[in-house]
Design a protein. Structure first.
Length: 199
């Protein structure tokens, strides 16, 4: 069995991997996301994923695969990460409602046995419902939008406010399983070897 280390504090990414049969170790990178600026949204997501992967992989030498991920929502050409506060989340939802954005998730995977690294960004179009001010206020008051890129989820309270996605829906949660399987293969490993042994 190949061991995977997830360089992310995201409970949604961890749950996605668990549902797919993978039981990774979790090591939070501690990377300051504000240090990267001036990149287009897809490039920003990829660069942050690379930095998170590198920060964790530098301390691991047991042959594990280390996965760094980062997500940003692109709207009107701008990269939107986690909102800074409730008022920003409200304003963002008033801008997003009834429209579509692109959720970019950068993935970076390093084989600590060889030092080889592969990375790529997955992008999924997200269509938002034309939600009311009352719904926006209630959603922001729940606290959920403050902890996630783009100020929304599809696997939580925000699911009712997303009318559709074009592309891999797992990517919107924070991790594209088909892309990760491809990256694992590029490093010479077999996806099913990551599955946790069933008891």
């Amino acid at each position: 069995m190949t061991r995977l280390v997830l360089a992310s504090a995201s409970s949604a990414r961890l749950a996605t991997l668990h549902a797919a049969g993978v039981d990774p170790s979790v090591v939070v990178s501690g990377v300051d996301e504000a240090q990267v600026d001036g990149l287009p949204p897809a490039g920003l997501a990829l660069r942050l994923a690379q930095l998170k992967c590198a920060a964790v992989a530098s301390d691991i030498h047991d042959g594990s695969l280390v996965l760094g991920c980062d997500s940003v929502l692109e709207l009107d050409g701008h990269a939107l990460g986690k909102p800074m506060d409730a008022s920003e989340a409200v304003q963002r939802w008033r801008t997003m409602r009834g429209r579509s954005g692109v959720l970019h998730t950068g993935h970076c995977l390093r084989d600590t046995a060889t030092g080889t690294e592969v990375s790529e960004t997955a992008s999924t179009v997200v269509h938002f419902a034309d939600v009311t001010d009352v719904e926006i206020d209630a959603y922001v008051a729940s606290g959920e939008p403050l902890h996630v890129a783009g100020a929304f989820t599809v696997d939580g309270l925000g699911g009712a406010f997303v009318t559709g996605v074009e592309g891999d829906h797992h990517n919107v949660v924070g991790l594209s399983l088909p892309l990760l399987r491809d990256l694992v293969g590029r490093l010479g490993h077999v996806w099913t070897d990551l599955w946790a042994r069933r008891r």
